[in-house]
Each structure stands twice: as C-alpha cells, then as structure tokens.
Design a protein around this ligand. Structure first.
Ligand code: ADP
Ligand code: MG
Length: 448
C-alpha cells in the first residue's frame, strides 16, 4: 500500500525526470524519499531523505527549486524543503536503492564476501562528478542489465581515480538483485591462479572457476599483457562467459588500444563493448569523497574542513588515511588539519622575494605587474592585489608599511584591511582558498 506522501513524491519524481539530466536523476533523485510533510503556520515543511552528503549537496544546489515548485504545484501551499542524509532509504521502486543494506544483510554478505568484494565499495558510497559521470552511468546500466547493455564494460583511468570501487559496486548491486554468481579478481590473481594450475596440472579446476561465473570483474587487466598463455586462457574465459549470457567488466590504467603486448583479438573483443574513462578528481569531488568516507566511519567532519583538506591532498587513496589519522588525534578542525598536513605555507619561502611573488601572482591572474601595483579598481585587479598583500604578509612576514611601500605606496591601513579580508575569505570562500593554495604551489616550485 502506498501512502499519500509516497504518491506525491512519485509524481514529483516523474516530472523532475523530464526536467533534469539523466545522470542527475539516476544518481541523486531516484534515491530520495519524501519523509514528512508538516504544517507550519501557512506553509508546509517538507523533509526529503537522500542517500549521501554528496547527494544532499547536489540536490540542494541543482534541484531544490524544481522540487519546491513541483511540491507546491501538487500540494497547493508554499513549501519549505529540507534534505536529510539517510543511508537506508526503504523503497519499493525497482532502482538502485535496493542495495545490500535493504536486504537481509547476512545473506548478501555471504555472497559479496564469496565474490571477494570490499564491503564499502558500493554505488551509494560513490560520489559522481564530471570526471566519472560516464563511467558511473555505464556501470549502473550494467548493474541493472548485466550481460546485456555494455558487454564487456572496460573502465580505464589513472591510479586512484576510483576504478576498483566503481567496478565492485556493480558486483554489490547485482548481488543485491539476487544474482550471486559474481567473482572479483585482479589480472595478477588470474595469472597466478593459472600459472599454479599449470604447474599442478589442475587447469580444469581453474577453467571451471572462472568460466562458470555469471559476472566476472577483473581488475587491472593490463597485467596479462605480454603473457601469451594467460591471454589465451583469458580469451577463452571471456568468450565462454559472454556465450552463456554473462557479463565481463574490466579495469585498466589505459584504454585497450594503448596496452602494448596485448593480443589483437583481445583488443578487438574489449573494444566491442563499452569503453569509458575516469579522469582525475577535481577539488569538489575530493571534498565529496571525504564527506562520504567520514559519514561511513561516523567521523564528524564539517564541509569547510573537508574542502580545506581537499585543497591540500590530491590523491584519493590518501584521503581515507588522512581522515583516519586526523580523527585519531581528536576533533578534526581546520587547525588540526593544517598542523598535520604540514600545509604548503611552511615551504621554504625564504628564497622568495617580493618582486618574484608579484610576478607569479600577476601571471596567475593574467594581470601585469604595473596594473597590480597601480590604482585601477577593477574587481579582478583588486582581488589579485589583495591576495598579493596577503601573501606578502603571511608568507614573508613583511610589515603592513613595507607592503604598502612595495605596492604603489599605499597606506598601511589599506594593507591591513586587505590582509584581514583575504584571511577571512580563505576560510569561507572556496575559490579564494583554492587560488591561494595554487599560488603557493607555484611559488614553492618556482623558488625551489
Ligand atoms: P583505482 O582503482 O582507480 O586505482 P580506487 O577504486 O582504489 O581507485 O579508489 C581509491 C580510493 O578512492 C578508494 O578509497 C575509493 O573508495 C575512493 N574513491 C575513488 N573515487 C571515489 C568516488 N567517486 N566516490 C567515493 N570514493 C571514491
Ligand atoms: Mg584499482
């Protein structure tokens, strides 16, 4: 039986489906639920559940207005909407939301353990952004219709961009749907298994192990390149699985065409399905991943501090370790993060001289040195000028007077004002924080 609230929400989703892009819909909206509608004065307070902090941010910034408008159209009153994160959204829909969590956990856990999946590598713990949107869309499509849509699915990208996590999510998802013949292994494990089997004359067993699988997830397939026997065996495994209507998903550090010493027939088989790449995570994705990991581990972490850490750490693999380390030292604050991450600020700026800093900041903003030092008050020039003052003070510890002298003979109070303003913005505004981080990096490199 559906309640009125559920019906209302279904109607909202139906119309939003047409209003937003498919990836946004599938990744965020589909997995929402209208939890409560309460009257307050003349308005209605509507509480919407979504599955992750990242989904919450995205919905707030991308869909809030449309949701509000649609709810108001249906309910006929002004609606005030709020989003809450609630990992377990019970739902009757035939969608991504029926993840392992919503089923009898022990039953599923038996299967994902047997499939050799990591517990937390699921779609719901995966943040989606421009760099992985295509790969995510293809993976969810494969999860819903394994052996059908994209076969094989080939995901490539650099180290730590999220290939293994995404591939394992497909495994979790199909298991939650009742398909339990799933196996995850790396190209290296496949190779070792085969080599051992050949030594011990047990190739039949290994053949059976891999060929009978319905969904084979094979990570870092590039490992088999240059190994003729392994490639031969993999070729047959691959064909056998596809012939029986199964699904093969592979990852690699590069596209098939660029894997040297990979047999042509494998290259062409791989290219016959879907090839998608994952690019490096940008700052926002890194922040979202941190928030997801913190949420999973019940570690309190504010968005501001997550963003700060994301400006300092580029490798996704490091993020988790840093989070755990910071947490073990107590509450995670901007200060504790700065201290632990040994922020670039402490780099050897003694080599730097003001004229060099002025030039680097000018280059960074595309503004000439005379303009930065001059009197023009165009917004972009003022920003560059104030950041220059800030860095001269913060990194070179020059006095306000000295800085004023250096930058077109300004009064010390002007410099002080700029310094305070940028100090504040650095804590509250992403762009400023990122710019300063980038500039410091440039200064550090150019001075070294
Ligand atoms: P790869 O296999 O490409 O080297 P991994 O899948 O091992 O990368 O990812 C590295 C780390 O980053 C893992 O902890 C993973 O959970 C995390 N990660 C990567 N991408 C995402 C994402 N989009 N959302 C959440 N976590 C991610
Ligand atoms: Mg990997």
């Amino acid at each position: 039986m559906k309640t009125g609230i559920q019906k209302t929400w279904e109607t909202v989703l139906e119309s939003l489906k047409l209003a937003v892009t498919a990836p946004t819909y599938n990744a965020y909206l589909k997995q929402t639920e209208l939890l409560e509608v309460n009257e307050k004065d003349q308005d209605l307070l509507c509480k919407i559940a979504c599955i992750s902090p990242y989904a919450k941010n995205t919905l707030e910034s991308k869909c809030a207005i449309q949701i509000k408008t649609e709810l108001e159209r249906i309910l006929g009153k002004t609606c005030i909407i709020t989003f809450v994160v609630q990992a377990k959204i019970a739902s009757e829909k035939e969608t991504l939301d029926s993840l392992p969590l919503f089923k009898t956990e022990n039953v599923d856990s038996q299967f994902w353990k047997k499939a050799r999946l990591r517990e937390d590598y699921t779609f719901e713990n995966y943040a989606v952004a421009g760099s992985n949107q295509m790969a995510f869309a293809a993976s969810t499509a494969v999860g819903k219709r394994p052996g059908d849509t994209y076969n094989p699915l080939f995901i490539h990208g650099g180290v730590g961009v999220g290939k293994t996590h995404l591939m394992q999510s497909i495994g979790h998802f199909v298991i939650s749907k009742g398909e339990t013949s799933v196996l995850f292994c790396t190209g290296e494990e496949f190779t070792n298994d085969l080599v051992d089997a050949i030594k011990n004359k047990g190739t039949d067993k290994v053949r059976y192990k891999y060929r009978k699988v319905k969904i084979l997830l094979i990570d870092d397939i590039q490992f088999i390149a240059g190994k003729p026997t392994v490639q031969e065996e993999f070729f047959h495994t691959f064909n056998a699985i596809l012939r029986d209507g199964g699904q093969v998903v592979m990852t690699s550090d590069r596209p098939p065409s660029e894997i040297s010493k990979l047999e042509e027939r494998l290259k062409s088989r791989f290219a016959a399905g879907m090839i998608v790449d994952i690019g490096p995570a940008d700052f926002e994705l890194r922040s979202a991943i941190l928030l997801i990991k913190a949420h999973q581990k019940n570690i309190p972490l504010s968005t501001n501090v997550a963003q700060f850490i994301a400006t300092q750490v580029e490798g996704l693999r490091e993020l988790e370790g840093i989070l755990i380390k910071l947490h073990s030292m107590g509450e995670i604050t901007q200060e504790s993060a700065e201290k632990h991450l040994n922020v670039v600020k402490s780099s050897p700026t003694k080599f730097l001289i003001p004229s060099e800093i002025t030039r680097v900041i000018g280059d960074f903003y595309g503004i000439s040195v005379p303009l930065i030092k001059g009197d023009k008050r165009t917004k972009s020039i003022v920003v560059a000028r104030q950041i220059l003052m800030f860095i001269l003070r913060d990194d070179l510890q020059l006095s306000y007077e000295e800085i004023g002298q250096l930058i077109g003979g300004r009064d010390h109070s002007t410099v002080m004002h700029a310094f305070e303003k940028i100090s504040l913005l650095q804590k509250t505004d992403n762009k400023t924080n990122q710019d300063i981080h980038q500039i410091r990096k440039l200064l550090f490199i150019t001075s070294g």
